[in-house]
Ligand binder design. Structure first.
Ligand SMILES: Nc1ncnc2c1ncn2[C@@H]1O[C@H](COP(=O)(O)OP(=O)(O)OP(=O)(O)O)[C@@H](O)[C@H]1O
Length: 455
């Protein structure tokens, strides 16, 4: 299958100056929001490519920049071999009839003053489709019927319809200009579950009948599994993994994909599944983490040189470092807590309490108690002593010096698995990186992933 839309190194940075926070605090320096960074992808003729990831990963920004609804900061986009990023205004207008976008909220995307007929006929008129209004109205009626609404609705306004019906109108409008590709940005997430299925069926039928290609954006992995031929997983402005749908769901390689899949609800309550817990939300793309952007939340982050403890223990040290850096640990609150319980409030007792709560997690509900290797134990306790002595920066620096993952060092490149259609951007799949880290590190203490296993 040849490629219809090719995205090559696409980057979109926003300036924070237009954001609400910035308007509320105009004295602060203007920062850059790196929403999409050097992304390459292609949508082949007749295929549906899914784009998934948590909210804020950059999915909508990527799609909008790809069709120049917003101007890309860098990179190129090609449609059917022509460079979209070099299109003039008139070429862009023509391109817009080839690639149509269906948005999440059909109410916001329909003009409330337009009747359905006008909503469907206006784009035809702009793109010179149909010889006259009579012909265009006939086409509008047949499109509406094709999308599951009778021609008797042509003279009604959007507010007279339900959410599902409005989305059918938005789809009919998109099809009115005879596109060869649809970009569907969360097209069913504002709809009831029963309505979702009907709209997805409609999209499926249309795709088949008209040979449409589709970029389907969703945060719902179950829907993506149902609708897409291939899936690209996005994390914080970057592609983490791309694979044919079946492969992605049965043999996910990237720890982020594995975590997303483990969170899909299982219909059978007797089936147990290991849920991978991801700490926190997607961080802001202003000043994203160095190296692999996922490393601060990655359950399989590569341990530092010389680490001889378990992966769980390594995770605890990293989590402690993160909480210390974010100023989330307060020695004085812990001291007061000990006082309330009539226990010793000496510095050593406070250090031990912080250690038990945040590192060993003794007695913390749902947390496995973990022990650190002796040298790590000593370093972590020394860092906590610094915190208790009022030197938080010193505590952070101490942990930073001893415990920094190689994943923070450099950005992972895409590694190919199997026949070449499956790629992931994870240092664990890059044999040269793993060998290098291994030689520094003895054996990699990574549970669950065979080192260098690039299948
Ligand atoms: N105009 C803008 N100005 C500044 N930042 C923006 C702008 N538009 C988006 N962003 C930021 O870019 C990042 C990516 O946003 P985007 O909407 O593309 O993510 P998404 O994966 O589509 O999420 P969602 O599903 O919630 O829409 C977010 O951090 C968002 O706050």
């Amino acid at each position: 299958m040849s490629s219809l839309l090719t995205i090559d190194g696409l980057t979109k940075h926003f300036s924070e100056k237009d954001s609400l926070i910035r308007r509320l605090r105009p004295d602060q320096e203007v920062r850059t929001v790196r929403a999409v960074d050097d992304v390459s992808l292609d949508v082949k003729e007749g295929e549906t490519l899914g784009l998934v990831g948590e909210s804020g990963c950059g999915k909508s920004t990527l799609a909008r920049a790809a069709v120049r609804l917003i101007e890309p900061t860098d990179g190129s986009v090609y449609f059917d071999g022509d460079e979209v990023t070099g299109f003039s205004r008139s070429e862009l207008r023509e391109f817009r009839s080839e690639v149509q976008v269906v948005f999440q909220d059909p109410f916001a995307s329909l003009n409330p003053r337009y009747t359905v007929a006008k909503t469907l006929m206006e784009p035809m008129r702009v793109h010179n489709i149909g010889a006259n209004d009579t012909e265009r109205r006939e086409r509008a009626a047949s499109l509406l019927e094709r999308c599951g609404l009778g021609a008797e609705h042509l003279d009604r306004h959007p507010h007279e319809f339900s959410g599902g019906q409005r989305q059918r109108i938005a789809i009919a409008r998109a099809l009115s200009v005879e596109p060869s590709m649809l970009i569907a940005d969360e097209p069913v997430s504002a709809l009831d579950v029963s309505v979702q299925a009907r709209i997805l069926n409609l999209l499926d039928e249309l795709r088949e009948e008209m040979g449409l290609s589709m970029l389907f954006i969703s945060h719902d992995m179950s829907i993506v599994r149902r609708v897409c031929d291939r899936v690209a997983v996005m994390y914080l402005g970057k592609i983490a993994e791309v694979a044919p749908t079946d492969r992605l769901f049965t043999d996910p390689q990237h720890p982020y994909t594995q975590a997303l899949l483990s969170a899909i609800p299982v219909p059978d309550p007797t089936v147990e599944r290991d849920r991978v817990h991801l700490e926190g939300d997607v961080p802001t793309p202003i000043d994203p983490p160095s190296g692999c952007r996922f490393h601060p939340r990655c359950p399989k982050v590569i341990p530092t040189e010389g680490w001889d403890g378990s992966q769980a223990a390594w995770q605890r040290v990293l989590a402690l470092k993160r909480r210390l850096a974010a100023d989330e640990l307060d020695a004085e609150t812990t001291r007061e807590h000990l006082e309330d319980e009539r226990k010793s409030v000496s510095d050593d007792a406070v250090v031990q309490e912080l250690y038990d709560e945040h590192v060993a997690r003794k007695g913390v509900a749902d947390a496995e108690t973990v022990s650190l290797p002796p040298d790590a134990n000593d370093t972590v306790k020394s860092a906590l002593q610094r915190l208790v002595a009022g030197d938080r920066d010193g505590a952070v620096a101490m942990l930073e010096r001893s415990y920094t993952t190689p994943c923070a060092r450099e950005e992972p490149s895409l590694t190919t698995h199997g026949a070449g259609t499956h790629q992931s951007a994870c240092h664990l799949h890059d044999p040269s990186f793993v060998t290098q880290s291994k030689s520094q590190n003895g054996e990699l203490a990574v549970d669950g992933i065979a080192s260098g296993d690039a299948r």
